[in-house]
Each structure stands twice: as structure tokens, then as C-alpha cells.
Design a protein around this ligand. Structure first.
Ligand code: CUA
Length: 356
């Protein structure tokens, strides 16, 4: 091989590699990391990208060089010389990719095992997904529940995720990890937040009509702020307001409307419905401030109407809304006392907003 062609090939490889590097580095492709796990995943990502750019530069240089240098003349109808392989070349292009692909496998395996490794003081958070909301509860703190994922910065956190109906998926782009939530299974996700802030938490599995609205947030706080938040929640949330997964629930001693409000919040009603008494502004389902009018339209007494609409949502559909959007599972997942409290709360707030 002539020195001239080596120089030309090298030059072409540098140009191709430079262009590919600029495409990789100049636009912001990934959100800024907010967890240790995301940092390791980003490292793996850039490790693979670097290998890809290296291979791309070689292939592009050889291709461009061949097209320019070995172009046939216009009147050349000859066959090319018969070539039957080149052992040295074949060994080279087998060994190099083998080394590269194996190194990607090793780096990935190390990152995966480190990302799953929990620290000793790992915080447990139970995640309940249902159409179309997430509920986060903190079993080590008296089952405090929250519609938003609150996390302390720098602490190892393990999410234990359950679904009450169909397959959902939890994704916080800044944490880089995504995990399905599957009915009948408890899936896990390990996060060690490294950056304070509020990040979007989205469902990334098409789970029904309200899928695009199944969004929450992950809030990373200073550990001290997180602890005081937990304590405050533990105090205000009367007796550990049982989540929808519990089957036995003792009767609550708080006032019926407070108990009903906590059932309303714990079951994600606010993600779909508007109700001023609960500061809820959901737009997927009917506005619950208008329950009196709906009951009139359905020709039913208010209380029976509210009860039936929770247990059997398809029984009466308010014009402008569709069937099968609201889960029909609340009749089973709520205990009788929870259901009664919820109905009482809704009836009471409907009458109040009706009187306004
Ligand atoms: Cu839940 Cu999409």
C-alpha cells in the first residue's frame, strides 16, 4: 500500500470521525443526570458511542476512498480481478469487533450489578400504579402516602412496584431507568438521587385512554427536609390511611369527610377528576363539583348515584365522556368503610358546592 493512500485514508477517517463526534456532542441528547445509576448508564452510553464513532470513521474512510480512487472509466466493461478471501484481513475484522463487543458486555454487566446494589440504609418506597395514577407509600414511616415520589438526596432508594389493573411503566428521564409495573408481580427499581429538583415521572406503557395523563413527579429533597416532610405527613395522615392494596381496614376515628378525603387522595381520584373540596383539578373524568346536576340528569338520589358510579362506573356515563375509562375495580379494592367514607365525602362536598 502506498504511503499516499494511507495518508488519504487517515485524513478521510479524521473528517468522518470529527463529523460524527460533533453530531454526538453538540446537540443535548440526554437530560442531565440526577442519580448515581443514571451517571453509570450515561458512561456506558458514551463508551458505546465512542466505539461506534471509531468503527464509523474506518468504514466511511474506506468507502469514500474506494468510490473516489477505484471508480471505473466510462468505457471499462472488464470484470474485476477474482479475489478469494484474505485470511489476515478476516482474522483482523473478527478479532477487533470481538474485543469491542466483549468490552461493552463487561462494562454493562458491571454497571447493572452496581446499579442494583442497595446500601445498608436503603429507603423502601411502595409504588402502586393503577389507571391512571401512581401512589407512593413509605412503609417504614407508618405508611405515609403521597401522589408524588418524594426522595432524599444521596440515599439509596428501592421502589417496590405493584399494579392494580394493567401493565404500567415507571420512567423518570433524569434517573435513566425504566421499569414495567405488572399485575401479579412486584417489580423493583433502585435509585440513588444525586441532584435536588423536581423531575417528571411518567407512565411509559400504553395503559388505556388516560395513559398520556398518567404523570406524576419525583421530588429530590435534602435528607433533613425529607425527614421533616415524612414526620409532618405521618402526623396529618390520621390513622395510617390504608392503601388500596390492604384488605382489612379498621374503622377510622376521624370525621367522615377527612376519612373520605384521604380515600379520595390515596386512590388517585384527583388525577382524573376536578373537586374543589380536595383541590383536585383532573380533566379526564367528569367534574365532581357538578355531582348534584349529574344525579338529577341520571334520575337517581344523589347518594345512590355516587355509590353506583364508583362501584360500577359504566352504569351511567355523563354525556361527553366514554365508557371503560374509569377502572371498575374500586368495588373490590375499597373496603366497605373506605367506600362509605368516600361516598359521604363526595355527597357532602357536592351539596356544599351546589349551595354556593
Ligand atoms: Cu399507566 Cu400508561
Amino acid at each position: 500500500m502506498r504511503r499516499g493512500s494511507i495518508v488519504a485514508l487517515l485524513g478521510l477517517a479524521l473528517i468522518a470521525g470529527g463529523v460524527a463526534t460533533a453530531v454526538a456532542l453538540v446537540p443535548t441528547w440526554l437530560p442531565e443526570d440526577a442519580s448515581q445509576e443514571a451517571g453509570r448508564i450515561a458512561f456506558t452510553f458514551w463508551f458505546v458511542i465512542a466505539i461506534c464513532i471509531f468503527i464509523f470513521a474506518i468504514v466511511a474512510a474506506v468507502m469514500v476512498y474506494a468510490v473516489l480512487r477505484f471508480r471505473v472509466q466510462e468505457d471499462d466493461f472488464e470484470d474485476g480481478p477474482p479475489i478469494h478471501g484474505h485470511t489476515g484481513l478476516e482474522i483482523t475484522w473478527t478479532i477487533i469487533p470481538f474485543i469491542l463487543v466483549t468490552s461493552i458486555a463487561i462494562v454493562s454487566a458491571i454497571v447493572l450489578s452496581r446499579n442494583d446494589a442497595q446500601a445498608k440504609d436503603t429507603l423502601r418506597v411502595d409504588v402502586t400504579a393503577q389507571q391512571f395514577t401512581f401512589t407512593f407509600s413509605y412503609p417504614d414511616a407508618g405508611n405515609v402516602t403521597s401522589p408524588v415520589l418524594m426522595l432524599p438526596k444521596g440515599r439509596s432508594v428501592e421502589l417496590y412496584m405493584r399494579s392494580l389493573d394493567v401493565i404500567h411503566s415507571v420512567f423518570v428521564p433524569q434517573f435513566s431507568q425504566k421499569e414495567d409495573v405488572v399485575p401479579g408481580l412486584v417489580t423493583q427499581l433502585h435509585i440513588t438521587p444525586t441532584r435536588l429538583g423536581t423531575f417528571p415521572l411518567e407512565c411509559t406503557e400504553l395503559c388505556g385512554l388516560g395513559h398520556s395523563l398518567m404523570r406524576s413527579q419525583a421530588v429530590v429533597m435534602e435528607p433533613a427536609a425529607f425527614d421533616s416532610w415524612l414526620k409532618k405527613q405521618g402526623k396529618t395522615a390520621a390513622p395510617p390511611s390504608s392503601t388500596t392494596t390492604s384488605t382489612t381496614s379498621t374503622t377510622t376515628t376521624t370525621s367522615p369527610s377527612a376519612a373520605g378525603l384521604s380515600v379520595f387522595n390515596a386512590n388517585g381520584c384527583s388525577s382524573c377528576h376536578t373537586l374543589s373540596a380536595a383541590n383536585a383539578t383532573g380533566k379526564v373524568g367528569p367534574d365532581l363539583d357538578n355531582l348534584v346536576a349529574y344525579a338529577k340528569k341520571a334520575n337517581q338520589p344523589l347518594e345512590a348515584f355516587v355509590h353506583d358510579s364508583i362501584v360500577d362506573p359504566n352504569a351511567y356515563i355523563q354525556p361527553g365522556y366514554q365508557k371503560n375509562v374509569m377502572p371498575g375495580t374500586f368495588g373490590q379494592s375499597l373496603t366497605k368503610s373506605q367506600l362509605d367514607a368516600l361516598v359521604a365525602f363526595l355527597v357532602q362536598s357536592a351539596q356544599q358546592s351546589g349551595n354556593k
